[in-house]
Design a protein around this ligand. Structure first.
Ligand code: ADP
Ligand code: MG
Length: 395
């Protein structure tokens, strides 16, 4: 890796600023899923073991007004983190000022503190989200070195990632390192055959990913709602299926460019209603009037299995159907199963809903890597430079 990682830093006795991704789901002030806190532990534990002084922080939710702050304090996260680390985590309910500075100065080697939601700085002129140079410089002044372990915000240039990294020596945490190695590795130096599976709702969300992966992958399998925009581009009937009329020309272009690299479903599970209780049917490549395609069909599953056989790298973004409804989750589950059974292949999921689908369907353990960043992984798959990563010091 060209970027420094936390292992390249001299940490002993240093004030180590750590940008984590603690943007976790909360309900009524209670944490409903602490996956992201757990995911930050390896980096935090490593720095503590090296006798660094940890100052950890994150954003949580969106804050525009003073009222938005209600329910978005990081205090419950500090409490949960303290339980998980089995160690005191001092919490400072400020994002700047004397109280914060003296808490930092009172830290002993091997101790950890957290400060308040970085987006509380957004109330007054979006200082965090617009990467206000003064704010990044101020936060940087609190520490000796900076570790960025927040992959989920790596596609944004904010004060708490890019701002700080522009001012002091910085490195990737273990989580960010893992994302770079898996996603970056797959896209830039894949072991072949490299097959991409792209689905989800809209072509428009995935244009960049399709274009980029068509140049990198050996095969691109398409499923999900965007199938029907491609079908329409081919002059097929799509009934009431999801379609983006303004993307039909683009779909034509992509089909032409891709040749036989791009593989579309050969059948669909259809229904006349967007409803799990409505009767379903399986049809071929033309969708009857009044019906909509809501999942890939059994022949497509067979075809995709054949195409995936022997693959050494698989990147998957976007569910194959409306997996939220059991009648239309079979295609997505089948793809999970096919990937789970591939022998020594690197299998990667990038994309928020695809990750949720794999978890809900019980395949979480079967992938080499499930990205922790929805938007960030999508932009990474598009081949874009992620500002949060670009700002990290080179080795
Ligand atoms: P990701 O978050 O993994 O990038 P997307 O957000 O692009 O994925 O797409 C996920 C959504 O696509 C899901 O909510 C799913 O219900 C929807 N979807 C998949 N197939 C279809 C379809 N045939 N018709 C309508 N919606 C679909
Ligand atoms: Mg999504």
């Amino acid at each position: 890796m060209v970027k420094k990682t936390v292992k390249d830093l001299d940490l002993k006795g240093k004030k180590v600023l750590v940008r984590a991704d603690f943007n976790i789901p909360m309900k009524d002030g209670k944490i409903t899923n602490d996956n992201r806190i757990q995911a930050a532990l390896p980096t935090l534990e490593y720095i503590l073991e090296q006798n660094g002084k940890v100052i950890v922080f994150s954003h949580l939710g969106r804050v525009k007004t003073e009222e938005d702050k209600e329910g978005l304090s990081l205090r419950p996260v500090a409490e949960r983190l303290s339980e998980l680390l089995n160690k005191k985590v001092t919490f400072v309910s400020e994002t700047r000022g004397e109280k914060l500075e003296s808490a930092v100065n009172e830290l002993n080697d091997g101790e950890i503190m957290m400060f308040e939601n970085t987006r509380f700085e957004d109330v007054d002129g979006k200082k965090e989200s617009k990467n206000d140079p003064e704010l990044g410089k101020y936060w940087a002044s609190l520490g000796d070195v900076f570790v960025n372990d927040a992959f989920g915000t790596a596609h944004r240039a904010h004060a708490s990632n890019v701002g700080i990294a522009s001012n002091i020596e910085s490195a990737a945490g273990f989580l960010v390192e893992k994302e770079i190695n898996f996603i970056g590795g797959a896209v830039d130096q894949p072991e072949r055959p490299f097959v991409a599976i792209l689905g989800g709702a809209k072509v428009s969300d995935k244009i960049g990913v399709i274009e980029n992966l068509l140049t990198k992958a050996d095969k691109v399998l398409v499923g999900g709602g965007m199938t029907y925009t491609f079908y329409k581009a081919q002059g097929k009937y799509i009934g009431n299926s999801l379609v983006e009329e303004d993307k039909i020309d683009l779909a034509k272009e992509l089909l032409e460019k891709a040749g036989d690299k791009l593989i579309l479903p050969v059948d669909s599970v259809v229904s006349s209603e967007f409803n799990n209780d409505a009767p379903t049917d399986v049809v071929g490549q033309n969708i009857p009037e009044g019906k909509m395609g809501l999942d890939i069909g059994p022949k497509t599953i067979e075809l995709f299995e054949k195409e995936l056989k022997g693959a050494k790298t698989v990147v998957w973004n976007g569910p194959m159907g409306v997996f939220e409804m059991s009648n239309f989750a079979k295609g997505t589950a089948a793809v999970c199963e096919i990937l789970a059974n591939l022998d020594d292949a690197i299998t990667i999921i990038g994309g928020g809903d695809s990750a949720t689908a794999a978890q809900q369907l019980g395949f979480e353990e079967d992938f080499s890597h499930i990205s922790t960043g929805g938007g960030a992984s999508l932009e990474y798959l598009e081949g874009k430079e992620l500002p949060g990563i670009a700002a990290i010091s080179d080795k």
